[in-house]
Design a protein around this ligand. Structure first.
Ligand SMILES: *Cc1c(COP(=O)(O)O)cnc(C)c1O
Length: 390
């Protein structure tokens, strides 16, 4: 008889397996979608409205305005503040492209700020240095699920509107306040890999400002109100009802999933510490007063060995990802801004050192052990005996 039980060593460990999350909810989501189909209310119908209300409640804000993506949420937020040519908006350089491209697309100037090495989030001291009379907004990103230092940012730029990029951080808290509820506006993404991921694109803006909320509803709908009367030049950016219905089903589980991510994060930290490799890996730090939702578990591999570690994991079919390999101030498209290499040293260093490991809540203990084991091996630690890394 051939052996049925091959060691699980050969089976891949995915960076994220979205199907494991959707699987148990499929029937419920399919029912919700069928209902949309029967109703014929495909855009901004009752499903959308009730989802917006649920998110507003969840995020502790008065209003939530659905739109087509997290990127559009950023764009619409800036439009609602009338930001355009001649204006500056301070953004981190170490973030997803959309944070800065929204500013650029409106003809305004993204001004890049450096990061705090412990949290990867925007450095309030650098924000203070970059404020000018033209600064019209600041977009702190709650990177990898952890809120930026909001108190520090407010103090660095008193009175300047804050748009939170909470694309990766729905549910995260900072001193008891929810991500998306601390700035004038908050931007959420429902891209499938986010903690609350849809079956396609989707986004939303949170605010407790009624005037801005009303303006955003007009802006996302071509600027028309009433129909065919355009007081503003808006965009076409809707959250469709099918996405809203799917997301509403998933919202009920969001906190449980965050707890699963937290458990995986603690286990990584405990195991890497037990193996004595926690320091050389540069484990993610949670700042005081922050409750992160662990959209990513991002380690630092210094000394130019990051790519070698990723290669090592690839060879063992273990997923990992580099968020982000190039800081935005060094992107080709932003060359006209004239940013030099060396101008944001921490962002540049992070781009060379970071590696995100699988952290999705449905990953098994065995899978996590394989990730930990492979990294320990790479670090020259095996079976509890510590050897020097090659
Ligand atoms: C995902 C993401 C966005 C954009 O969201 P989309 O829904 O993909 O358009 C913006 N900012 C950050 C930090 C993100 O991670």
């Amino acid at each position: 008889m051939t052996t049925a039980a091959q060691p699980s060593v050969a089976s891949p460990v995915p960076m994220l397996d979205i199907n494991r999350q959707n699987g148990p909810l499929l029937a419920e989501m399919e029912r919700a979608i069928a209902e949309i189909g029967r109703s014929g209310a495909f855009l901004h119908g009752p499903a959308c409205k009730s989802f917006e209300e649920a998110i507003a409640k969840y995020c502790h804000v008065e209003h939530a305005i659905g739109c087509a993506s997290g990127s559009d949420a950023l764009l619409l937020s800036l439009m609602a503040l009338d930001i355009g040519a001649g204006d500056e908006v301070i953004v981190p350089s170490f973030t997803f492209f959309a944070t800065a491209s929204a500013v650029w697309r409106l003809g305004a100037k993204p001004v890049f700020a450096d990061l705090i090495p412990e949290t990867f989030n925007i450095d309030p001291a650098d924000v203070a240095r970059k404020v000018t009379t033209r600064t019209k907004a600041i977009i702190p990103v709650h990177l990898f699920g952890q809120c930026a230092d909001m108190e520090g940012i407010r103090a660095a730029a008193p009175g300047i509107p804050i748009i939170e990029d909470a694309a990766q951080a729905i549910g995260a808290e900072y001193r008891g306040e929810k991500a998306g509820s601390m700035g004038l506006l908050g931007c959420v993404s429902f891209y499938p890999t986010k903690n609350l991921g849809g079956w396609g694109d989707g986004g939303l803006i949170t605010t407790s400002d009624a005037t801005l909320a009303a303006k955003l509803r007009v802006l996302r709908d071509h600027g028309q109100n009433p129909r065919y009367h355009h007081s503003l030049v808006g965009v076409c950016s809707r959250l469709d009802s099918i996405q809203a219905a799917v997301l509403h089903v998933k919202l009920a589980h969001l906190d449980d999933w965050a707890a699963g991510r937290e458990q995986n994060a603690r286990r990584y930290a405990a195991q890497f510490a037990r193996l004595g490799i926690d320091r050389q890996l540069g484990l993610p730090q949670v700042a005081e007063g922050c409750a992160t939702v662990w959209n990513q578990f991002t380690i630092r591999v210094p000394g130019g060995r990051r790519d070698a570690l990723q290669q090592y994991l690839n060879e063992r079919k273990i997923g990992s990802a580099i968020y982000y390999p190039i800081p935005l101030h060094l992107q080709k498209c932003f060359e006209p801004l004239g940013c030099q290499r060396g101008s944001l040293p921490e962002s540049e260093r992070a781009a060379e050192e970071v590696l995100s490991l699988p952290i999705f809540p449905e990953m098994t203990r065995e899978e996590q052990d394989r990730v930990i084991g492979a990294i320990a091996e790479f670090c020259g630690v095996a079976g509890g005996s510590v050897k020097r890394a090659a």
